[in-house]
Design a protein around this ligand. Structure first.
Ligand SMILES: N[C@@H](CCC(=O)N[C@@H](CS)C(=O)NCC(=O)O)C(=O)O
Length: 234
């Protein structure tokens, strides 16, 4: 319900379009079904509860390159537009969203936990190439056993070790640091790959995958993916 004059209502101070309004947050993403990098900042933004708009650029079409360059000089999604500011790269977007909404707790409050969260997020951002290559994200697919190369399975074992270590320390909540943080946004696409490709999971892994895939924002994203065209060969 929109309450006239309430913060965020049309015409209210701070509402989109009102004089002196805070600029709208617009997240440009790729196909929801396949774009693992896009899912990450989407989950982080959704966790803040702040209003934002998602715009999809379908990948692998003749016009894709032109459309990507129109929103991001680096020619990639995700990219966040906030007024004149253009922030590309999933991790840079998550950091910016954390700075905009510090109360959302997108990084753990404890300094040591925050350092651990940043370390495993960086590990995900820069690593796990074998897992990513052999088991690309496909939220609506089920291909048991595909992509189970020795290198990809070694990456999967390391992911499970990361989850076990974080969950052993976590209190109060099902996520890596208890409540949802950017580390969860970064590991969410891997959780879905484990389901798509039937990667053997330990008990901690099963519970964590269940928690991530039950997030309302994740469920909404996967539902929206059903309306998008399939990309053959993905
Ligand atoms: N490191 C970048 C990776 C972004 C990326 O590779 N995005 C893919 C889609 S998931 C893309 O834009 N590809 C362009 C294309 O397919 O033409 C990030 O964190 O955002």
């Amino acid at each position: 319900m929109i309450v006239p004059g309430a913060p965020g209502a049309p015409g209210a101070p701070g509402a989109p379009g009102a004089p002196g309004a805070a600029p709208e947050l617009v997240l440009h993403v790729g196909n929801r079904r396949y774009s693992s990098w896009s899912l990450r900042p989407y989950l982080a933004l959704a966790a803040t509860g702040a209003p934002f708009r998602t715009e999809v650029i379908l990948l692998d079409r003749p016009e894709t390159r032109r459309e990507l360059l129109a929103v991001n000089p680096a020619g990639r999604v995700p990219v966040l537009h906030h007024g004149p500011l253009v922030v590309h790269d999933a991790l840079a977007i998550c950091e910016y969203v954390h700075e905009l909404f510090p109360a959302a707790g997108l990084w753990p409050a404890d300094r040591a936990d925050r350092a651990r969260a940043r370390a495993i997020t960086a590990e995900m951002h820069a690593g796990f190439a074998a897992l990513r290559g052999a088991m690309s994200m496909d939220l609506l697919g089920h291909r048991p056993g595909h992509g189970h190369t020795p290198e990809a399975l070694a990456d999967a074992r390391r992911v499970l070790e990361v989850w076990r270590d974080a969950r052993a320390r976590a209190a109060g909540g099902p996520f890596l640091f208890g409540t949802f943080t950017i580390a969860d946004a970064f590991y969410a696409p891997v959780a879905t790959r484990f389901l798509t490709y039937d990667v053997p999971l330990d008990e901690v892994g099963r519970a964590y995958v269940a928690a991530v895939t039950a997030l309302p924002a994740f469920v909404a994203w996967r539902e929206a993916a059903r309306a998008e065209p399939e990309l053959p060969g993905h």
